[in-house]
Design a protein around this ligand. Sequence first.
Ligand code: VOV
Length: 246
Amino acid sequence: MAAEAVTTIDGWYALHDMRTIDWTSWKKASADERQEAINEFKSLLTKWEETEAAEKGSHVLYQVVGQKADLMFMFLRPTMNELTDLETAFNKSKFAEFLLPAYSYVSVIEMSQYSGTNSPEDPKVRERLYPILPKWEHMCFYPMNKRRSGNENWYALDFKERARLMYEHSKTGRQYAGVIKQFITGSIGFDDWEWGVTLFAHDALQLKKLVYQMRFDDVTALYGEFGEFFVGNRLTKDAIDTYLSV
Ligand code: VOV
């Protein structure tokens, strides 16, 4: 008999957007052109801040460490259409002329009902479905799957066993309360992996400690498969001029 799917409650749509700066063309541009690009970029950030203040979405910006990208945005919006609207507006901006696509990921904030206690009317649950993203010092993003091969097939496990494994997972996670904030986004049908994992930390080392500790939970040890990892440091609007000065 087929295993029973878990119901999910879903919130805002998410776009993780990673860009690489074309420093060569940035350096070749005139000072006026660069200033125009910076001003336009900052006014887009201001517009997104207004959306966030009105609780109609949220966003963060991080500077990626390593060569995978330079900038890492995460956007949350009530609809997928708003995500393409903001992406298109950004792509048309002067600053985007100096950016190369590095990676993107489309998903939706998801809570699964393994414990059966999440009600979409509960203000605590609403806070997780429609969150204002934390502006903590470090962010980590990676996509993942639950294995579906041979004896390790998550989708063939019965509900009770999956709920037990997720309960064990949540116990490990809860040890990091106040240290790491996690956002799980579902991407089955939207992107190449099944979930996106976004973590925020004040101390970068705690990202490694949590992800390592979880490797020993049965759910991760037996079923976890991972894509690329991106890690970054927060880039504030005030720091943009310095960051882009050449
Ligand atoms: C701060 C850390 C933290 C905490 C507290 C936490 C708690 C919880 C709870 C309570 C629940 C279940 C209910 C829900 O809300 O969905 C989940 C769910 C989930 N998690 Fe988690 N998780 C954390 C952190 C955390 C990490 C670091 C990872 C990556 C795994 C790893 O090994 O690298 C992860 C993955 C997931 C996934 C993919 C799901 C959905 C699985 C599904 O099959 O549906 N998660 N998670």
